[in-house]
Design a protein. Sequence first.
Length: 148
Amino acid sequence: LLHDGPRPASRMQTPNLPPRAVSSGEDYGPLATDPTDIALAMLDATLDEPLSIARIAEAAGCSARHLQRLCRRRFGQSLRHVRDDLRMAAAHQRVQQTDLPLTEIAVACGFSSLAAFSRRYRLRFGMPPSHDRQQSTANSVFRPTTFR
């Protein structure tokens, strides 16, 4: 084996491959070259199904570790936390602006049960979704996500 020493910071860890999301014909939004943009578009388009970080990184054309580093640099948090923020923002919007049953909102936002959804919603927004829905009929209170 030939080893020429440590990789300089300016050289990518993996070869600069074109994003697979674009080349495979999958539609995750406008053509983007930044892996974090592709990851955000994929997460936004697939809230109801949990995608693995490896699958997202493959579509973005980089390694999972590199995508995690890029997310930490851009958003200050891991890709998992970004995904959770997106799911909770979508759930919050649906609770406040629709009359959908809470179980349907939970499933549409990728939660396995209403109990899990309610627990996460209460942790994130300080009240259960049923209480937030009652409050929102009088006046809507939007609680923004923290990563954008």
